[in-house]
Ligand binder design. Structure first.
Ligand code: XIL
Length: 405
């Protein structure tokens, strides 16, 4: 039932939305695929390639390249910050939809779909809300009403213009949290109990029946990492299964994909297996916030190849693992990077001790890194027309290619 729903919605949208300039290569119209953009190459697979958008960078008239690359390379966009509660409702009852509406208008002009991020999250909440709860002027009952109102108002405002909503974000703890057994964490679980997750999906569906509703989290790229009794991916899987069983309108699982090269991470088979397990429940999947950061040795010069090369290589390999896994799952709708240039990446500001960076697919000067080219190669070589069945050795060598070393 769930699967049928999003497949139908997805198909309509793909036909209606199209993807700019996605001319397939044919014998009569040869196209050098390496010259195509990510969005063009993704379109061959009906896969949307996205980026988070920093609205300040998009508005910066001194930096037209940022806008140009967002529109050229991507077929879906996510607001990096301007759909978060602290921006949308900075004062109780007063909404500030301007910046988000600007992004949606930009997306429309560029024939891009919009991922809505985010309805319910414990971070970037306005202080009137957190302070009110802390000092007791907002009761639990009132808090539930506030959440319902926020979801309803926001989803209705954007109705028909959002493709996928991240309804609930990062609700599950990590194995290193306290208590060490996995649990629902954060402000909302603490004050409303676990039931807020199901409520949020129901309220979102009521406000826009056509938007695809996602649960979104990090560290759920693969099953079986670490202690099996404390496997976050399994916890999210069980949660999704439970929500579906209870008739809660959830359509997809968003795997954020924030990786770091220092961790080793996963191989493609592990990640593909995880996506397939989620889609086996009848859910869509998506990579929603991919970046692959590296620890940087303080004081190292940008040109130090011993420092830079292995990090570039490892970062590219991780992008490739996630993208190939997404390509392997027919239900993986989109692959979104969390910023595309090191000029505008949240990583250096958030991971500073030790300093981390180099997380995106283009450097500070918008030069494509190896990760960008690997993504292209994955999109090019993951099926026809650029990968055709091998010419059998027996046929090739009939005219004498045998004494090759
Ligand atoms: C980050 C933004 O990139 C930063 O600019 C902001 O200061 C903090 O939030 N998971 C999420 C995103 O779901 O919303 C976060 O975005 C990154 C982690």
């Amino acid at each position: 039932m769930q699967l049928k729903r999003w497949l139908t919605v997805g198909a309509v949208v793909l036909v209606a939305g199209g993807v700019a300039g996605a001319a397939p290569a044919t014998a009569s119209h040869p196209v050098d695929p390496s010259q195509q953009t990510l969005r063009q190459l993704g379109a061959r697979h009906d896969l949307y390639i996205g980026t988070a958008v920093d609205m300040a960078a998009l508005a910066d008239t001194a930096d037209p390249q940022y806008r140009e690359i967002v529109s050229r390379e991507f077929s879906t966009v996510t607001a990096e910050n301007v759909m978060k509660w602290e921006t949308l409702e900075p004062t109780r009852g007063t909404y500030n939809f301007g910046p988000a509406d600007e992004l949606i208008a930009f997306a429309k002009r560029n024939n891009q779909k919009v991922r809505g991020h985010v309805l319910v999250w414990q971070n970037q909440l306005p202080s009137w809300l957190t302070t009110g709860v802390d000092n007791g002027t907002i009761s639990t009952d009132e808090l539930r009403d506030i959440l319902r109102n926020h979801i309803t108002t926001v989803v209705k405002h954007f109705k028909g213009r959002i493709w996928q909503w991240d309804v609930v974000n990062e609700a599950v703890s990590d194995p290193w949290d306290s208590p060490p057994t996995l649990h629902y964490k954060g402000f909302w679980a603490q004050h409303l109990g676990d039931g807020y997750v199901a409520d949020a999906f129901r309220w979102a569906r009521a406000a826009d029946p056509k938007a695809l509703l996602f649960y979104n989290d990090y560290n759920i790229e693969a099953f079986g990492s670490g202690d099996p009794a404390n496997d976050k991916t399994q916890f999210v899987y069980d949660m999704a299964k439970g929500l579906l069983r209870a008739g809660v309108p959830i359509d997809g699982i968003g795997s954020q994909g924030h990786l770091g090269t220092q961790y080793g991470n996963y191989d493609t088979l592990q990640v593909a297996a995880a996506l397939k397990k989620f889609s086996g429940l009848g859910l869509a999947t998506a990579f929603t916030e991919v970046d692959v950061r590296s620890q940087l040795t303080p004081g190292v010069q940008a040109g130090d190849s011993n420092e830079i090369n292995p990090r570039l290589q490892a970062s590219a390999a991780n992008y490739s693992v996630l993208l190939q896994a997404c390509l392997a799952d027919r239900h993986c709708l989109s692959f979104t990077v969390w910023g595309f240039t090191d000029k505008h990446s949240w990583v250096p500001g958030w991971f500073s001790d030790p300093p981390e960076g180099m997380a995106t697919i283009m450097d500070e000067n918008y030069q494509p890194k190896r990760a960008y080219n690997e993504m292209k190669a994955d999109l090019i070589y993951s099926g026809p027309p650029y990968v055709l069945p091998r010419v059998p050795a027996s046929r090739r060598c009939r005219t004498g290619c045998s004494p090759r070393p």
